[in-house]
Write a protein of this length. Structure first.
Length: 275
């Protein structure tokens, strides 16, 4: 890693830059921080190395022919195994870079246990710090069809002002302290879209180390007769889309979340229920 970029060797598919033997040792010597990712089948350790303190050109020269690229940009072109390995490295090294000082007393911390724990160096404090993952809920809210027919069943998608033009996605937000996941779902939908939901059901999850989240995907059903009122501080639009409208999305000049995203998975699951 160099700051928030991963070193990727371009190709089909692109792969993580991997160094072994003497080249690996040179890389470890140059690294500001290292963390053990695990062992391969033969028992050899995989380590992640952080080159962030180096100038970009210096890091790039050390890592050639690999290039520093945002994992978020390249992840969909990687194999699942490569994406997982790079996500793990990115998450761990980001945590190290942002926990070099103790949150309790401000003294420097030191890496322990192969980079999976940091300990405060101040005698009398010694606070331990562990890598953290912040849970976020992602919610596909649906509305049942009317008694007359099922074709007006719909799902709720919204868009944030900072997203690319025409892009719509599911609602999402961080879990607050002291809150259950189900409560977080109900609160987020109420805050962002102004409606109440019931029948909250967990569906699937996706790690999201940008920088330190896991997305927990839920379905929820809108209560009868609710009217969407988007929170202008969060969303510039939120509305119902029927399955027919989703099928015609591209033709309407609109864009959906990418194929590999949890948001799209939740949407595709709902679409399949209508076929
Ligand atoms: Zn401390």
């Amino acid at each position: 890693m160099w700051r928030s970029s991963s070193f990727i060797v371009p190709g089909v598919p692109p792969v993580a830059a991997v160094f072994t033997g003497e080249a690996g040792r040179a890389l470890l010597d140059a690294a500001a921080e290292t963390a053990v990712l695990g062992l391969d089948e033969g028992g050899a350790p995989w380590l992640a190395a952080d080159l962030s303190p180096l100038a970009e050109a210096q890091a790039a020269a050390l890592m050639a022919p690999a290039r520093a690229i945002s994992l978020r940009r390249v992840a969909t072109n990687l194999t699942g195994e490569e994406a997982a390995r790079l996500a793990y490295a990115r998450g761990l090294l980001h945590w190290h870079r942002h926990h070099r000082y103790c949150g309790a007393c401000g003294a420097a911390t030191e890496s322990r246990d192969g980079g999976h724990r940091r300990v405060c160096s101040q005698p009398g404090c010694g606070a331990e710090h562990f890598p953290r993952t912040d849970p976020a809920v992602m919610i596909l809210v649906t509305r049942a069809g009317s008694a007359a027919g099922r074709s007006d069943a719909a799902c709720l998608l919204g868009r944030q002002p900072r997203w690319p033009p025409g892009f719509y996605s599911t609602l999402a937000g961080f879990v607050e302290p002291g809150e259950s996941l189900e409560e977080a779902v109900i609160r987020e939908v109420r805050e962002e879209a102004g409606i109440t939901v019931s029948r909250v059901r967990y569906r699937a999850s996706q790690p999201w180390p940008f920088p330190a989240s896991i997305m927990l995907g839920f379905r929820a059903e809108a209560d009868q007769g609710v009217v969407i009122v988007p929170d202008p501080g969060e969303l510039e639009d939120a509305r119902w889309f029927t399955r027919g409208e989703i099928a015609a999305f591209h033709g309407l000049g609109l864009r959906l979340p990418t194929q590999e995203s949890l948001a799209r998975w939740l949407l595709d699951e709902w679409l399949a229920e209508g076929s």
